[in-house]
Design a protein around this ligand. Structure first.
Ligand SMILES: Cc1cc2nc3c(=O)[nH]c(=O)nc-3n(C[C@H](O)[C@H](O)[C@H](O)COP(=O)(O)O)c2cc1C
Length: 192
């Protein structure tokens, strides 16, 4: 089983975006971190912020095979915490001890999880992420978007995320994923 690390941000800790990350980590066990609770400071030209949580997050990403960034759409864009985090990627180009880590992230697969009230996420948002990954030569592996016009539809989202999860794993690990999915279906049925 490949390791999954999910980083999510939202103005509400237990909102739709959290629900999406939980629905997925019930299918594929993963470590989930709430970015807004962490101390990731704004980009600083003088790099006086080196002892905040930014490098710890980069290390968590390096320890995983698959990295998921999950955000709601707020005015066609990512949350302020994610923007702050993305700005800090600049450190990966400027600080010698972080440059190697930035390059090592090229071996990882990145997915974007979005929630919004529209049918599709804004192209502008997705392009910011794609262009940033392209700059760093990080692998943008895909996007899952859940429309939450009437709140978070758990069953519908689970169907979508189960399909995505199956696509994530090679045939060699498909059997173990099927076991996870089987257990998940059984545990979900308890709530029906
Ligand atoms: C400040 C704010 C701005 C929003 N802007 C958009 C938007 O531009 N497009 C959209 O489809 N939904 C927008 N929404 C709706 C949210 O994307 C949607 O409800 C999302 O699922 C909320 O996730 P959360 O519960 O994790 O905050 C906005 C919501 C808020 C609170």
């Amino acid at each position: 089983m490949r390791n999954v690390f999910t980083l999510y941000s939202s103005a509400r800790k237990n909102g739709n975006t959290f629900e999406m990350t939980q629905a997925f980590s019930n299918i594929v066990p993963s470590e989930v971190c709430y970015l807004d609770d962490l101390d990731v400071r704004e980009y600083d030209y003088q790099h006086t912020n080196q002892h905040d949580d930014f490098e710890m997050l980069i290390d968590k990403m390096l320890a995983a095979d698959i990295i998921i960034f999950a955000s709601p759409v707020y005015w066609y864009s990512m949350t302020p915490a994610f923007k702050r985090f993305f700005d800090r990627f600049t450190d990966l180009t400027e600080l010698i001890h972080l440059k190697a880590k930035g390059k090592a992230l090229r071996k990882k697969s990145f997915y974007l999880f979005l929630t919004s009230v529209h049918d599709q996420p804004p192209k502008a948002f997705v392009n910011v992420v794609k262009d940033t990954f392209n700059y760093f030569k990080w692998q943008y592996a895909g996007l899952e978007h859940v429309k939450c016009e009437s709140g978070f539809d758990h069953d519908k989202a689970c169907e979508q995320l189960e399909l995505m999860a199956v696509g994530l794993f090679s045939t060699s690990t498909e059997a173990s994923l099927q076991t996870v999915l089987g257990e998940q279906s059984r545990s979900l049925s308890k709530f029906k």
